[in-house]
Design a protein around this ligand. Structure first.
Ligand code: ARG
Length: 466
């Protein structure tokens, strides 16, 4: 049976099939079938409570909506493609079952407010899963830091070895970003958690409705402030995309580090075999494809943020069909962020560090030059003098093909009059990292304290759904 349109009255003849195919959203908004039914139920309950719809009729609508829900859930009712959108499908199904009384669901409501409330409810439900996955990622980060708490890795600036740091300190750096990611997700949730149901098409309604009732029934914390704004803004999606982009930008940096640190030459990170791939031609290859894809997905997510800004820019106030373009990127963003969070968690859980490879990394190393300068200050030099002497020692080593650890007490004394052999005992890579106990630093005690704080934060922030 051909579907009946929600707006046929004013038109003569059939809609051009090309226009119909171009404008339909059923092929993708059918994902929100459950939200659409929930919203209609909340709206009808409110209409009954406000005595706009008779109790008996309301009951009939509600039980029919419930059976439609059940049948779709059990795949007894198939979501067929001949509809303009999911809202038309549900209303037509309701009409087929109870007749014209079905159209009472349109009182004080239009597709313009429904479509955005559907989207808000859909995202709200997904956000609780995303928060859980994000929490698991942060737990994996802290577990990883604790597993290799004392391992010392190079701390880089300009991707040149700068100062030795604890690997756990590096994990805590990503955790710091993770706490901001969480704030961004909470902010996105706060902006999303507003019901827009009852805004109507553009200006509210003359029916004595109470949108707060349906808002509460749907579990929203707030209700829209202005009907015109409610149907035409999508700022809550911008906030969500910002949070997703923040997470993926951080992931792309973490991925980049792990790709470099696991590559030949450095190889002090070992990626789990079962998460890597090989080459069809080169038998030796163990490629870090999931990390490369995580890095790559950042671009795709940024596309969603910028495309929505472009969609909203210059849009006349009010609902415009352009806004239908909000859905497909959102569904993609939700899928992408969930998969990315899960993937990164799995990688961190399977990752290990090679102390042997790190020992090789430290052989040709000058990362202790700052420690040397610091010690020379203690021998009575200004920091400027100490810096210059340490620099000269590095050049001397360079010329002689030596490293700092190969220097003798005599060599040092010859170049730096106030220095003595004691200075050599400060040239220890592990000691260097563990010594920097300033607040938020890589020192052993500072890191242990930070790990305790991080775990307390995780406990406090554990999603309520657990
Ligand atoms: N399918 C549309 C959307 O997703 C909602 C339909 C509202 N259509 C309209 N002509 N007012 O945005």
């Amino acid at each position: 049976m051909a579907s009946r349109k929600l707006w046929g009255g004013r038109f003569q003849g059939k809609q051009d099939p090309v226009a119909l195919a171009f404008t339909e959203s059923f092929s993708f908004d059918q994902q929100m079938w459950e939200e659409d039914i929930d919203i209609l139920k909340a709206h009808v309950t409110m209409l009954v409570e406000k005595q706009i719809v008779q109790k008996e009729v309301g009951k009939k609508i509600l039980t029919t909506l419930q059976s439609i829900h059940q049948e779709i859930n059990e795949s007894k009712l198939v979501l067929t493609s001949e509809h303009e959108d999911i809202h038309s499908f549900i209303e037509e199904e309701l009409t087929k079952r109870i007749g014209e009384e079905a159209s009472l669901i349109r009182i004080g409501r239009s597709r313009n407010d429904t479509v955005v409330t559907d989207l808000r409810l859909y995202l709200k439900r997904e956000l609780s899963e995303i928060l859980e996955l994000h929490h698991q990622y942060l737990e994996a980060l802290i577990d990883l830091g604790e597993r290799f708490q004392d391992v010392v890795i190079p701390g880089y600036t300009h991707f040149r070895r700068a100062q030795p740091i604890l690997f756990s300190f590096y994990c805590l750096a990503h955790f710091a970003g993770g706490m901001r990611e969480r704030q961004a997700l909470e902010f996105a949730h706060q902006w999303d958690d507003v019901s827009t149901l009852g805004a109507g098409a553009v200006s509210g309604t003359s029916w004595p409705i109470e949108p707060k009732i349906s808002s509460k029934l749907l579990g929203f914390s707030e209700t829209f402030f202005n009907a015109l704004d409610a149907v035409s803004e999508r700022d809550f999606l911008l906030a969500f995309y910002f949070a997703c982009n923040l997470i993926l930008t951080h992931f792309s940096r973490l991925s980049e580090d792990l790709i470099l640190w696991s590559s030949e030459g450095l190889a002090y990170v070992d990626l789990p075999d079962d998460l890597c791939t090989g080459s069809s031609l080169m038998p030796q290859k163990k490629n870090p494809d999931p990390l490369e894809l995580l890095r790559g997905k950042t671009g795709r997510m940024f596309g969603h943020l910028s495309s929505l800004f472009m969609l909203l820019k210059g849009l006349p106030m009010g609902y415009n069909r352009d806004l239908q373009e909000d859905k497909e990127p959102l569904f993609d963003a939700i899928k992408t962020i969930k998969e990315s969070l899960y993937m990164m968690t799995r990688i961190l859980e399977g990752l290990s560090l090679s102390k042997e490879a790190l020992a090789k990394v430290w052989v040709d190393d000058f990362s202790l030059a700052t420690d040397l300068a610091d010690e020379l200050v203690k021998s009575g030099y200004s920091f400027g003098e100490a810096h210059a002497y340490a620099g000269k020692l590095v050049r001397h080593c360079d010329e002689k093909g030596k490293f700092l650890k190969d220097l003798t007490a005599e060599e040092i004394k010859k170049m730096i009059p106030k220095a003595d052999g004691k200075i050599l005992k400060f040239l220890s890579i592990p000691e260097s990292a563990k010594r920097r106990e300033s607040p938020g630093g890589t020192g052993e005690k500072a890191v242990s304290k930070a790990l305790i704080e991080a775990k307390a934060w995780l406990k406090e922030k554990a999603p309520k759904t657990r």
